[in-house]
Design a binder for this molecule. Structure first.
Ligand code: ATP
Length: 241
């Protein structure tokens, strides 16, 4: 579904941050990208979604393929139109808008009927958002804002969703709830997800496949079950003992 092939990314024309990264995101699967702070995970997502262009970053080598289309070098809104959307770290909901208004903003290129259908779909997966549909989103809890950020992304009817650290700052039970919903979405709505996480234990529990990144390179990859059991990974890359 999504194939990243040997990409290099440079910031400000000189700072080489990704040094040849290749990742395959399988159809209808959750693929996780793990690694320490500053390894280059967020940069990888931005290179895929096209957001990098507005941050003085550039893909200087390699390709990004979405289905049969090459999307490297495309603008973010064109990439979204082709069915790939990024949910940012830190959630970035419109704080002055209500839950429902945020969702409507996420579906802005569609007909009224499609927007309504989208909202119904989001509320069916996130009943908490339905309960808070008229609440100004700045007052939602961290977990609810994360749900809203994912819900808003779903409004563009994506085939591929890039999720950047959805667990950040949330209590473990909430993380479990959100990951459970993401798993159901993947199965029932036939989504493919690339999940960037620091919380390796949680990510490997829901993922099908995993990659570990270090200093701008992929240093390990494999089925999630295998990575979970690999003691080297636990110790050296994931900080688990
Ligand atoms: P974190 O978990 O802390 O977000 P990460 O693995 O997502 O880490 P990135 O955010 O991709 O890492 O950062 C990788 C490297 O690129 C870091 O050294 C960072 O300082 C650098 N970097 C990120 N954004 C920019 C930018 N806009 N301009 C210059 N350098 C940047």
């Amino acid at each position: 579904m999504l194939a990243i092939n040997n990409i290099e990314v440079v910031y400000d024309r000189v700072i080489l941050v990704l040094k040849g990264v290749s990742i395959d995101v399988g159809d209808g699967q959750i693929t996780t990208l793990l690694g320490a702070n500053g390894a280059g995970k967020t940069t990888t997502l931005k290179a895929i979604s096209g957001v990098l262009r507005s941050e003085r970053g550039e893909v200087t080598k390699g390709t990004v393929q979405l289905g049969d289309k090459r999307i490297d070098g495309m603008r973010a809104h064109d990439v979204t139109r082709l069915g790939l959307v990024q949910v940012f770290e830190g959630r970035r909901v419109f704080e002055n808008l209500t839950t429902e208004e945020n969702l409507i903003a996420g579906g802005h290129v569609q007909t009224a009927a499609a927007v309504k259908q989208g909202i119904d779909l989001v509320f069916s997966y996130f009943p908490r958002l339905k309960e808070r549909r008229h609440q100004v989103s700045g007052y939602l809890s961290g977990g609810e804002q994360q749900m809203l950020a994912i819900g808003r992304a779903l409004m563009s009817q994506p085939k591929v969703v890039l999720l950047d650290e959805p667990s950040l700052g949330l209590a473990p039970m909430l993380v479990e709830e959100i990951f459970g919903i993401v798993s159901r979405l993947v199965k029932q709505e036939k989504l493919s997800v690339l999940l960037v996480e620091q919380n390796a234990t949680m990510a490997l529990a829901v993922a099908d496949h995993g990659y570990v990144m270090e200093n701008g390179r992929i240093v390990l990859e494999g089925p999630a079950a295998k990575l979970r059991d690999n003691s080297d990974i636990k110790e050296f890359y994931l900080g688990l003992n």
